[in-house]
Write a protein of this length. Sequence first.
Length: 164
Amino acid sequence: MQGERAGSFLKLLPVHLYVLLHLKKAGVDYAKMMAKVSGLPVDLINDAIKDLMEAGFIERDPGSAIKRSKARFKKAFEVHKHHTYYRLSRKGELFLRSFDPREYFNSLFPNGWEVVRGLAECKSVNELNLDGERVKELKIYRFITEKGRKTEFFKVLTSFLSFR
């Protein structure tokens, strides 16, 4: 199972996966910006960062300034750091190279890949004809709102995965 291979103690949750994918796309970034992009609380992102650092998947980015070539989401040529920036470690990069989204989502819940793909392609969960238990799991993972609409977190996560 992908989540169990991620680290000896870390069960890879969707928020962990989001942080890894965000850092892969951004190069380097800080927790508050990851929270803003995903619509998740900063505390949740900070907890995920702490877990991923302990597992060795990400590391702090040293230095007092970063160039846009390194931080791809930045608009300015060079930015002085006012936050703690993070980047993927070598272990994190290698993990993402071998990451299989089908296997990962199927490990979260039965037929997870089909459910996630279906949800990515429709407007709300109501169009999918899922049982109550599956809908409850989607809410727990913050993929859908209480009303059954896709969350910003889910939209960004699936755009990072770019369903092949």
